[in-house]
Design a protein around this ligand. Structure first.
Ligand SMILES: NC(=O)c1ccc[n+]([C@@H]2O[C@H](COP(=O)([O-])OP(=O)(O)OC[C@H]3O[C@@H](n4cnc5c(N)ncnc54)[C@H](OP(=O)(O)O)[C@@H]3O)[C@@H](O)[C@H]2O)c1
Length: 343
């Protein structure tokens, strides 16, 4: 059997469709050539997805678990049909089939986190062992299949697994910040949660003490912590869905010049205009949030006549896992915050 690097053969009933777009995947065993089998321990559900499931279940964790089990049983993968997003998983290598690029470097029993989305990862949940709604985590017994093109990170020995998982889940965001933030910029982090915090820490390093780093979030408490840790120069509580209020806040904090770069890390929909209005003409928005609507962003920018470069927050940036883990190692305060909030 030829190697199938993108897992097209795992798609049920839709010829030529890639697994991420597919309605249903076939997660059955045996393993096929080029694949890797993982004994799954935990699923880290994407923040936008978990929030939607939690809202739908009116906060009842048992109902959230039931909804996740139903999605995975029906689709053979964890892809929230409302948000379209997935998350990632942590587990141990159980088998590496011939032809997988990790054959020879990884061994059975190695612990790893997948860096491709659960939306394209064939998955079976045999048992749910627990749920931690405050960190979007579901502990399970089950298996997942990684295609030969699927990226992963071996879990480091010097950091707790849960800490690594929390950071790796959003590692594309600080890696994009590392690419785009330059000294002297006005940078706004819209949504200062898990990804927002890492982005602030990375932006701080890139800016080298020049420019203004602003954190905006709906939670004043979260902002106070970030200010205490000196992760931002300015912080303001604002509802990111209120576009003009966001713009006025950014205008006030930048002396009327607006932002060179806005990184949208909010976990709710309808935050496109707050981001677009807050950048100056010729500025840039990175839409890391999975709740972003391409239509709203494109038509919205046109509608207000804003010349803005809009970047879709690709979850993959070369070396993103290593960059993020190194950032945590270098920033004891960020690490402590992560341990308190997300582990
Ligand atoms: N592009 C990618 O590859 C990728 C990968 C992973 C995740 N993501 C996406 O990135 C986004 C952020 O993820 P995360 O893990 O950083 O989430 P998170 O830790 O939940 O952070 C989101 C932050 O947004 C805040 N927020 C919620 N509603 C708001 C509002 N109306 N106005 C202002 N702030 C608001 C939240 O505050 P509260 O905590 O008070 O609600 C929280 O601080 C999500 O949409 C997630 O799906 C993208």
């Amino acid at each position: 059997m030829a190697i199938d690097p993108y897992g097209l053969g795992r798609v049920v009933g839709e010829q030529g469709v890639l697994p991420q777009r597919a309605k249903k995947l076939d997660p059955s065993l045996p393993l096929r050539e080029g694949e890797m089998l993982i004994d799954v321990e935990s699923l880290n559900i994407d923040a936008a997805s978990f929030k939607q499931l939690k809202d739908e279940a009116k906060g009842d964790p048992a109902k959230v678990v039931a909804a996740i089990q139903a999605i995975v049983a029906e689709r053979g993968k964890m892809q929230n049909p409302v948000t379209g997003s997935g998350g990632m998983l942590i587990g141990r290598v159980k088998e590496i089939a011939k032809g997988h690029p990790a054959a020879g470097t990884l061994k059975v029993g190695d612990r790893l986190a997948t860096l491709v989305s659960l939306t394209l990862t064939p998955l079976v949940i045999e048992e749910v062992r627990g749920v931690k709604p405050e960190i979007d985590r579901v502990d399970i017994r089950g298996h997942a299949i990684l295609f030969s093109s699927g990226i992963y990170a071996k879990l480091p020995d010097d950091l707790p697994d849960t800490l690594s998982l929390a950071a790796l889940d959003v590692c594309g965001a600080p890696a994009l910040v590392a690419r785009y933030v330059k000294p002297g910029m006005n940078v706004v982090m819209l949504g200062a949660g898990k990804s927002g915090t890492l982005c602030l820490a990375q932006a701080r390093e890139n800016m080298k003490g020049q420019g203004t780093l602003i954190a905006l979030d709906i939670s004043q408490k979260a902002l106070d912590t970030l200010k205490d840790l000196k992760l931002c120069d300015e912080a303001a509580a604002v509802d990111a869905t209120r576009g003009v209020e966001v713009m006025n806040t950014v205008s006030r904090l930048t002396g009327g010049t607006l932002a060179d770069l806005v990184v949208n890390c909010a976990s709710v929909p309808n935050t496109e205009m707050g981001s677009i209005l807050s950048v100056k003409d010729g500025g840039t928005v990175i839409f890391f949030s999975m709740a972003t609507s391409f239509t709203t962003a494109a038509l919205g920018a046109e509608g207000v006549g804003k010349d803005v470069q809009m970047i879709v927050g690709n979850g993959y940036v070369p070396n993103h896992a290593q960059l993020t883990l190194e950032l945590l190692r270098r920033s004891p305060s960020v690490r402590k915050l992560f341990e308190e909030k997300y582990v």
